[in-house]
Design a protein around this ligand. Sequence first.
Ligand code: UDX
Length: 474
Amino acid sequence: MKLTVIGCGYLGATHAACMAELGHDVLGIDIDADKIARLRAGDVPFFEPGLADIIRRGLSSGRLSFSTDHREAARHASVHFLGVGTPQETRGHAADLGHVNAAIDALVPTLTGQHLIIGKSTVPVGTCAGLAQRVAVLAGRDASVEVAWSPEFLREGFAVEDSLAPDRLVLGVNPASTASSAPAVIREVYREVLETGIPLIETDWSTAELVKVAANAFLATKISFINAISEICEIVDADVTTLADAIGHDQRIGRKFLNAGLGFGGGCLPKDIRAFAARAEEIGASGALGFLREVDAINMRRRSAAVELTAQAVGGDLLGRNIAVLGASFKPESDDVRDSPALSVAAQLALYGAAVTVFDPKALDNSRRVQPMLGYAGSAREACDRADAVVVATEWAEFVHMSPDELDPVVRAKVIIDGRRCLDPWMWREAGWNYVAIGGPVTGTAAGADARRDTAGRTLPATVTALASRRILG
Ligand code: UDX
């Protein structure tokens, strides 16, 4: 099929490449000329495992091309996916629909004949109805343009896998329409994917819009729930990781997304729960989502808790201390530092007078742009040079598998703060380190540790076991 994807950021570029991978003839459009030039050259403007390969494959097969000209979209196809960003408003918690509106305004007047716009961006409930009105005003007399919504659930780090093998597809159409073309189109677009048994849930606009924000609100709530429990564990010296393992065995609860630590960040969960609560207030249901404020507050408290824990570990005062922060991205396998708990902790430590040196395997350039005043190093070892404490803030595999011997010769004091509860406390303590974990002690028994032993015989904490099975963390 001939398809266009409007907006070639994280979501759009991945979607365009994956559609080409499914055999479609795809044109990606973005107003950012620099981004388009890079994509045309097969250069992905952000780090996402596997994406560069399929973009290059799409480009060389001729099935994937990019342009900055919306008029080309009208010439290329009659099915247009919308993947532009919906960031948090600058002066509020609501979603900023500026990019969505701008894309519609640029595209719709250029269309003639029958067209279908399928939105993928995360939008507040009621957006489709508003956009349909906008489209009706903008469309020429010889154009018939339908709006449908199929929210995207992809996780950074697993974007390609999530696009080609999603847990489910959702399609929302105008509830008043009796002859929507969208279900047949989506079945054709995703034929190969649907043939593998992945469910397609067909519904109305509002339900589809809500599915996405409800999913993210649930995930954020699950993380904040375990982090709230970890606040109790800290006081009574209980082990929140063992607790999560234990409650996670209950099929109704499940172990995924129960890793306590620095909490959630990134370009989705924080802004989505805020926009959802803001929308609830607008429609007169603020009470219904009042708890999301608490979810947000619990999450933010983890960052200051990590700073306090670090201060305590270095004797109470951060002023003049050298602190190494390992990890800056909001999660491993990503170079995204938007609302990153790791970078926020690094900045707060600096605010209290510590000399902070950050290392991240992929997010150094982005971090320097956001926090230019922090120190940066080219390796974990370099960041730890004369450190009074080492804070592990993102559970990159290279930090999880790091051996104390690597850091012993360079640090000033053997103090390690495990912000993601991802290290092996026994190993660090045996090597003479003062190991402290955010969220209370790691007391787990030998039996519990055995259950998490990897093939090399090294004891791995729950987070790593989770990473190994891929689906748990993300
Ligand atoms: C999320 C949703 O998972 C995805 O479906 C949606 O489309 C976009 O938002 P993403 O932002 O890529 O995806 O990150 P995710 O893997 O969900 O992790 C979010 C944050 O939660 C990360 O900062 C991660 O470190 C944190 N997290 C995750 C925890 O603190 N504990 C956990 O148990 C799991």
